[in-house]
Design a protein around this ligand. Structure first.
Ligand SMILES: Cc1ncc(COP(=O)(O)O)c(C=O)c1O
Length: 423
């Protein structure tokens, strides 16, 4: 088994000119996040000893995004307050909207779930409301769980994990139950990697009782790459996180909300920390967070959003992810692996592969072997079938995908797993 040294690893990761420049910039700062060995090559530094994360978050970020965090800044520092403003406005721009279009960006400290819980617990009035939760995977069902915890009346429209929700089924559900006031749906179901027809679903939702039905979209792992039109879709709330397609570090989520809807939520308070209305009013009143801000994560995001724009926004990012995904599928197919969902609903963000039947295939062992070679893959999350997942988002390029596939093949041969695998 051939082991890659630090220099070889770095070479493989130098996949584009801009990446190379980022690396050398990183090296000047000599940041060492992993390991205690001295730096051995001009490109060694952040990336040489850092794993590549083929996961949907935390994910691989650029050296420059990491560098942006190397400052301790006070929560009231005018420069930091300006960064918060810029991040909020740039997130709106990433979604193709602005304050002038009637949208607000509210940042919520914590992981993505904090944002989803904040949106649900704040958008739904305490009385006289009922949420239709559309679920085709773990994240849809998580929204249902959030509703139950907050004693929010709900109805679950469930689909199989290898399906996507249909606009027609959502429409019928709304027509059949006039007490439904809100719809909550996942854009990209990270459980499988499927992309729901969000534009059609949005259109169906608003076709039944117009703006009387509030639409909440969890676009956690889709926003910033997969197309979504907030204005045409008349979407009221969209939730995502810094740590997905916008390629920043974990630390906060955000909600893009229609101002006209937010303004009606003052008395919906169910929680203190996740009260979206108060969070918004707090940010608007003095530009600061109500509670301790994720300072370093905001600084990282400020830079990540610049990189996002430089790459051509969601269009550019989607093109790279599609390219990564197509190489992944080609190489994995050669190794015999099968995708769980059909190509028509498969997105380029994360791919779910079925676990082969070969007795030598032990995911835990494979995971550890890959991790020891600097690659993190992801376990499956399906309820009925054994699977594992490989993400293609984050600061990953073509060369990284080839590196992953070659390393996987090496590890398989070392473990005695047949190549190609059997089902
Ligand atoms: C679609 C979706 N919703 C919600 C979440 C929850 O985000 P977090 O794990 O950051 O709380 C995730 C996480 O991957 C997700 O993919």
């Amino acid at each position: 088994m051939r082991r890659l040294g630090a220099a070889a690893l770095s070479r493989r990761r130098l996949t584009s000119g801009s990446e190379g420049r980022e690396l050398s910039r990183a090296c000047r700062f000599k940041v060492r996040l992993y390991g205690t060995e001295p730096l051995t090559s001009p490109t060694a530094g952040i990336n040489a000893r850092e794993p590549l994360l083929f996961t949907p978050g935390p994910l691989t970020t650029s050296p420059a995004v990491k560098q942006a965090m190397l400052v301790d800044i006070g929560s009231r520092d005018p420069q930091f307050v300006a960064k918060i403003k810029n991040v909020r406005e740039s997130i709106l721009a990433a979604g193709g909207v602005s304050i002038d279009d009637g949208f607000e960006c509210v940042i919520v400290q914590g992981s993505g779930t904090f944002g989803v819980e904040s949106a649900l617990a704040s958008a739904v009035p305490l009385e006289g409301s009922k949420v239709l939760v559309v679920a085709n995977g773990a994240y849809g069902h998580r929204m249902a769980k959030i509703c139950r915890i907050h004693s929010i009346d709900l109805s679950v429209l469930a689909f199989a994990e290898n399906e996507v929700p249909t606009a027609q089924a959502v429409k019928v559900a709304l027509e059949n139950d006039v007490s439904l006031t809100h719809v909550a749906v996942v854009h990209h179901e990270t459980t499988t990697g499927s992309v729901s027809p969000i534009d059609k679903i949005a259109q169906a939702v608003k076709s039944v009782r117009g703006d009387d039905v509030t639409l909440i979209v969890d676009s956690m792992s889709g926003f910033g790459a997969l197309p979504i039109d907030l204005i045409v879709g008349n979407i009221d709330y969209l939730v995502s996180s810094a740590n997905k397609c916008l390629e920043s570090v974990p630390g906060f989520s955000f909600v893009i909300a229609k101002k006209s809807k937010l303004e009606t939520t003052k008395y919906n308070t169910r929680t203190l920390a996740l009260d979206l209305f108060s969070q918004w009013r707090g940010l608007e009143s003095n530009g600061q967070f109500r509670f301790t801000p994720p300072t370093h994560a905001i600084l990282a995001m400020d830079h990540a959003l610049r990189e996002f724009e430089e790459e051509g926004g969601a269009v550019g990012r989607l093109a790279r992810y599609r390219h990564n995904h197509s190489i992944l599928v080609k190489r994995m197919t050669k190794l015999g692996y099968k995708l769980y969902i059909d190509g028509e609903i498969q997105g380029p963000i994360i791919s779910t592969f079925l676990t082969p039947s070969d007795k030598e295939f032990d995911f835990e062992m494979l995971y550890d072997k890959m991790a020891s070679r600097g690659i993190a893959i992801y376990p499956g999350k399906l309820t009925e079938v054994d699977s594992f997942r490989i993400g293609t988002i984050g600061r990953l390029f073509e060369g990284d995908i080839h590196f992953l596939a070659s390393t996987l093949e090496d590890c398989m041969r070392e473990m005695g797993i047949p190549v190609p695998v059997n089902y």
